[in-house]
Ligand binder design. Structure first.
Ligand SMILES: CC(C)(COP(=O)(O)OP(=O)(O)OC[C@H]1O[C@@H](n2cnc3c(N)ncnc32)[C@H](O)[C@@H]1OP(=O)(O)O)[C@@H](O)C(=O)NCCC(=O)NCCS
Length: 161
């Protein structure tokens, strides 16, 4: 794989990302459609959330969406991260996560995320990147799926503010 470049997403990136995103088995389980994916991204732009895409030998091979203060009104929450199936396991996810962490550090010292109980590949990916499971929310999004709450302390607390 060529050098991986992570950059801010622009509205022009939405159709390409939404198109491959709905072919990902994870989001098929959540019955995501191109229309809903596109609306999610458009809403995120309107709310000035953090949207990133990764380019390498092709454009738009991965993306991340973070909600500033989406974690308890205090810390950044990584709402979505994805890499095209054909380009997985080549470091794109790690590059996106590093950029999300850099963005998170501008507002707080932690990054929170949820991962589905059945998504063991992603759980291993997050654990390798230093994330720890700290909770579980049964039936939060889908009735038969428990969402696992993970976090990473990016910097140790110096004071309670
Ligand atoms: C989970 C996900 C984001 C990880 O992205 P990725 O680009 O595959 O991740 P990376 O390549 O950085 O790391 C994944 C694995 O590839 C390995 N890897 C990293 N660089 C590599 C390289 N150059 N060559 C070979 N393997 C490599 C890592 O060691 C890691 O191995 P592990 O799974 O055994 O821990 C991606 O697989 C994905 O989009 N999955 C579907 C959607 C999803 O589950 N999203 C998360 C929940 S919202």
């Amino acid at each position: 794989m060529d050098v991986i470049r992570v950059r801010p997403m622009t509205p022009d990136d939405i159709p390409a990302v939404a198109t491959w995103m709905v072919q990902t088995p994870l989001w098929q389980r959540y019955q995501l459609t191109v229309e809903r994916a596109s609306k999610n991204f458009e809403g995120a732009f309107q709310r000035h959330e953090v949207l990133l895409v990764a380019d390498a030998e092709a454009d738009n091979i991965g993306f991340a969406l973070c909600v500033p203060q989406g974690g308890f009104g205090r810390s950044m929450y990584l709402r979505l991260i994805g890499v095209q199936k054909e380009r997985a396991r080549a470091g794109v996810g790690a590059a996106l996560l590093r950029s999300a962490e850099d963005a998170a550090l501008k507002i707080s010292r932690e990054l929170f995320l949820l991962v589905s109980d059945f998504n063991t590949d992603a759980q291993r990916f997050y654990q390798r990147q230093g994330y720890t499971q700290i909770g579980a929310i049964p039936g939060y999004v889908l009735p038969d799926v428990t969402e696992l709450l993970y976090w990473k302390q990016l910097q140790h607390s110096k004071a309670i503010t």
